[in-house]
Design a protein. Structure first.
Length: 190
């Protein structure tokens, strides 16, 4: 069984929307606007690229990342990884041709089947709605969270508001940085 890791920049009040400046959100780019850059706080991002064996994302994140990430040196290790996009509307003709092998998955059942294949960890970037659905379906195994000392109020959240049974997490790695960021790595306890 492959490990599915959700990685997110998240505000203290749970918002994950537009951390890099994606248009349409009033607080877009919140990760670097008022927070001093401390390189060691982002070491986990480099580690994720080295450890991941595949990437998973939803359609909206794919459409935001695919025009930019293939040519960015910061994401070079992701270029050759197989990518999986969960979408009911995306077609093969919508995929970029300079970002390696990309497969469209149509359902959470397809994600569950992918997890049952051989291979290393699958890293899930962005994709607020997909994160919520995967979490509610108990398909996420680990969370890599960089928590920013900000309260953003409105915005897409990492976790749904679905009324569900308690899901216990175990803190397996953590750190706090001079700029107020916190790294929290949680395993889902089953």
């Amino acid at each position: 069984m492959r490990t599915l890791i959700s990685t997110a920049f998240i505000s203290l009040d749970g918002v994950v929307e537009a951390p890099g400046g994606e248009p349409g959100y009033r607080n877009a780019g919140w990760t670097f606007k008022d927070i001093e850059f401390v390189p060691e706080a982002f070491d986990i991002k480099g580690r994720e690229q080295k450890e991941a064996a595949a990437m998973l994302m939803g359609r909206t994140s794919y459409e935001a990342f695919s025009p930019v990430w293939p040519d960015m040196a910061d994401f070079a290790d992701y270029k050759l990884l197989p990518k999986y996009v969960v979408s009911t509307t995306l077609g093969e003709e919508d995929l970029v041709d300079n970002w390696g092998e990309t497969t469209i998955l149509r359902s959470l059942d397809d994600v569950a089947a992918l997890k049952r294949t051989e291979g290393g960890p699958i890293i899930l970037h962005g994709s607020a709605s997909l994160n919520q659905a995967l979490s509610d379906a108990d398909l996420i195994d680990r969370y890599h969270l960089l928590v920013f000392p900000l309260l953003l109020g409105a915005g897409k959240r990492l976790f749904s508001t679905t009324d569900k049974d308690t899901q216990k997490l175990k803190l397996v790695e953590h750190d706090a940085y001079a700029n107020g960021l916190q790294k929290n790595v949680f395993d889902v306890v089953r």
